[in-house]
Structure formats: structure tokens, C-alpha cells
Write a protein of this length. Structure first.
Length: 401
């Protein structure tokens, strides 16, 4: 019996030896990841191993995930059922889902909108449906993993252009004789915090008959047309909303809720209903999440949270200059502020030291960013106050020295 157990154990070890080797390699190269457990508290704080931390790693840019008015509404929404428990094409939709889609179409100024289970699935769903072997996709080098995976699923030819390099993008597009062409970029890039050059990209898209897709997960509800103050994302910020064929976004960042959505023409949305596998074969977003997102959308339109966020961004940049902290990308209106460290080990060490001092700032490493481009990714929120921001940068400046 003992002999049989040893044999089974040895067999299992042989099967998984490549896994163990890879985990050892990741540890040796300071690329190993593990999940920390945090309990959310109030006012931008987390509880971690009986320690209270200020959270500077959340994408809750407007602080709506802990908004008291929204939380009061939450309990009232879960009355009849928790979830649809099926896809919309099997069990049907609901008036709550359709109302949110209608309001998001108005928000984004599109003919139609489809709710997806999250932003990742929205990117997979759009690219895998619109692309095929007869398609060429032009994708920015710094596009999110969900876009990269969506490109792979599409079976299209994929041409990667250097980050925001519109001259090379135009050269690549001009050389392509294929009729079906797609350009995809982000609005605000998730790890660098900079804006896409949407005006130039939209001109290229229009001149060469490309479908233009913008993933605006980090710009939606944060920026918009400054005159109209509509906060409907980066295309509105650059006044090219109508030039974008497909708007992809998230409900879990600026709105502080959960889910993703695609805004586009009626014909493209009809096509996605029939061709997008992540939409067809995934359960519908629960009604209570749709209702809360709808309430959050109304709240976000007021602009008070955005103004508080902008003030925090300006204050952060002011302190960066005063403390002479180098290698920081300072971009007005962007809540994502990367502090480039370089070394993976050094970035992790600084993040750990900040944790001990009561600040949660995540170190971002390869493959999320290029090797030796590790960074501290600071995410600012309207929920932060100036005292918290001051304390973070005061401590960080000492650690960096």
C-alpha cells in the first residue's frame, strides 16, 4: 500500500515538475505573484493583518463604490432575485438591463449599447466577433491584456505599432491591401496613465476606412468635453466621439460598480448579439448591479466627484515637484500616476516598505509592463484627501532617498 502511494506521488511530481520549475524561476526573478487579503474600510482605508492602510491602488477613481447614497440603494434593489442565472438569449433580458443600456447610449452618444459581464469580456467579445482571417488589426503596443487576448481569439493578422506612434501606424495601414481593417487603442492607458492620440488616430481611421475601437475603461466618467462637462470619456475629450465606431468601457472603475459595456451603431450591436461568444454564452449581469450602475451614472454626471479628483491630481503633481521625485509621468486629468523604478526587486522593496508605513501602493512588474520598467502605480481617487496624499509622498520621498 505504501509502495503504491509513493508511486502515485512520484507520478504526480513528474506531471507537475514544469510548474514547480516555473514558480522557482518567477521567484528568482522577482516576478512571483501572490494574493494578499484586504478588507475594505471607509475613507480610502483597508485592513490588512490587523493593520490599517491607505489605499492608493484602487481604480475607484470617483469614490463611488463606497458612496453612502448608493449603498443605501443596494439593499432595496435585491428584492426578487440575485441573478438572471442564464444568458439573455436563453432567459431573456430585463427592463433594468435595457434601461441601463439606453442611459449608457445617451451618456456615450451612441445608437445602441450592450452590457457585458465585465470589460475584459467586452474586449474579447468585440474583437473575436468583428475579426477573422480576412482582417488586419492594428493594436497599440501598450494595449491591455484583454485586447491582446481578443486579437488572438479573432484569428486576424495583428500588427503592433509602437505606443502612440501615429506615423508608423499610418505606414502600416497604408501598406495593407486587406479590405477589413481595425484600429484598436485605449483612451487612457492603464499602466502609463497617458492619453491615446485619438485625434490623429481617428484621421488615419477615416482616411483608410478602418473600424476604430477605443477601450476607454480608465477615461470614461473621468474626462469628457470640458465645455459640456459631460464626462463621457476620452473621445469626447478630444471631440471625436462620432469618429469612434466601437466604444468599450467598464462599470467597475469610474462608476465604482461592476460590469462592462459596448456602445456602437445599431447594426454592430445586432451583429454582436449574433456573433459575440462572450455575450451569447455568459449569464446576464444581475439586475441589482444594473440598477446600482444606473444610479451611479446619474451621480457621476453631477461633476462634483471629478472636480475633487482633478484637485487631488493637481496637488499630487505639485508635491512631486516639491519633493523632486523623478521619473513620474505628470498628465493632467489622469488618475493613474506611474512612478518608474526600473528594477523589479527595487519596486517590490519600496512597495513593501510603504505597506509597513501604512500605504498600499502596488508594484507593477513584467509581464504587465516591460522588463526593467517596474513601477509604483499610484491610483488617485476623489475619496482621498490632501492630508493623505501629503503623507504618502512625504514617506515615499524619504524611502527613495
Amino acid at each position: 500500500m505504501a509502495s503504491e502511494q509513493n508511486s502515485n506521488r512520484n507520478s504526480q511530481n513528474r506531471k507537475t515538475s514544469f510548474i514547480e520549475s516555473e514558480l522557482i524561476r518567477l521567484e528568482n526573478e522577482n516576478l512571483y505573484r501572490q494574493i494578499n487579503v484586504f478588507d475594505v474600510e471607509k475613507e480610502s482605508t483597508l485592513k490588512y493583518k490587523k493593520k490599517h492602510l491607505l489605499n492608493f491602488s484602487s481604480n475607484d477613481y470617483l469614490g463611488l463604490s463606497k458612496n453612502k447614497a448608493l449603498l443605501k440603494q443596494l439593499n432595496q434593489q435585491i428584492k426578487l432575485q440575485i441573478s438572471q442565472c442564464s444568458s439573455r438569449l436563453i432567459s431573456g433580458s430585463s427592463t433594468k438591463i435595457e434601461r441601463l443600456e439606453k442611459n449608457l447610449s445617451s451618456h456615450r452618444d451612441t445608437q445602441s449599447t450592450l452590457i457585458f459581464s465585465n470589460g475584459y469580456m467586452a474586449n474579447l467579445g468585440v474583437l473575436s466577433a468583428l475579426g477573422d482571417k480576412e482582417t488586419v488589426i492594428f493594436s497599440d503596443r501598450l494595449n491591455h491584456a484583454s485586447i491582446i487576448d481578443g486579437c488572438k481569439l479573432s484569428n486576424s493578422q495583428v500588427n503592433i505599432f509602437p505606443h502612440n506612434d501615429c506615423s508608423i501606424l499610418e505606414e502600416l495601414v497604408k501598406k495593407t491591401s486587406t479590405k477589413k481593417k481595425i484600429i484598436i487603442t485605449e483612451g487612457i492607458f492603464s499602466m502609463d496613465g497617458d492619453f491615446s492620440k485619438l485625434k490623429e488616430i481617428s484621421k488615419i481611421s477615416k482616411e483608410y476606412d478602418c473600424i476604430l475601437i477605443v477601450d476607454d475603461a480608465h477615461g470614461d466618467f473621468i474626462v469628457g468635453n470640458n465645455t459640456l462637462k459631460n464626462y463621457s470619456g476620452t473621445p469626447a475629450y478630444f471631440n471625436i466621439s462620432k469618429e469612434v465606431d466601437v466604444h468599450i468601457s467598464s462599470l467597475s472603475k469610474g462608476l465604482g460598480c461592476f460590469g462592462g459595456y459596448v456602445g456602437s451603431s445599431k447594426i454592430i450591436c445586432k451583429y454582436l448579439i449574433n456573433k459575440s461568444r462572450p455575450f451569447i454564452f455568459t449569464s446576464a449581469l444581475p439586475d441589482f448591479l444594473c440598477e446600482i450602475a444606473d444610479i451611479a451614472l446619474t451621480n457621476a454626471k453631477k461633476g462634483t466627484h471629478q472636480q475633487k479628483l482633478y484637485d487631488n491630481i493637481d496637488y499630487f503633481h505639485k508635491l512631486i515637484d516639491e519633493y523632486n521625485i523623478l521619473n513620474v509621468k505628470k498628465i493632467r486629468y489622469s488618475p493613474i500616476i506611474p512612478i518608474i523604478i526600473g528594477s523589479e526587486k527595487k519596486a517590490m522593496d519600496i512597495s513593501t516598505k510603504l505597506l509597513k508605513k501604512g500605504f498600499y501602493v502596488q508594484a507593477i512588474r513584467y509581464p504587465t509592463v516591460n522588463k526593467n520598467q517596474a513601477r509604483l502605480r499610484v491610483s488617485l481617487s476623489a475619496e482621498h484627501n490632501k492630508h493623505q496624499i501629503y503623507n504618502l509622498l512625504n514617506i515615499l520621498s524619504r524611502i527613495l532617498k
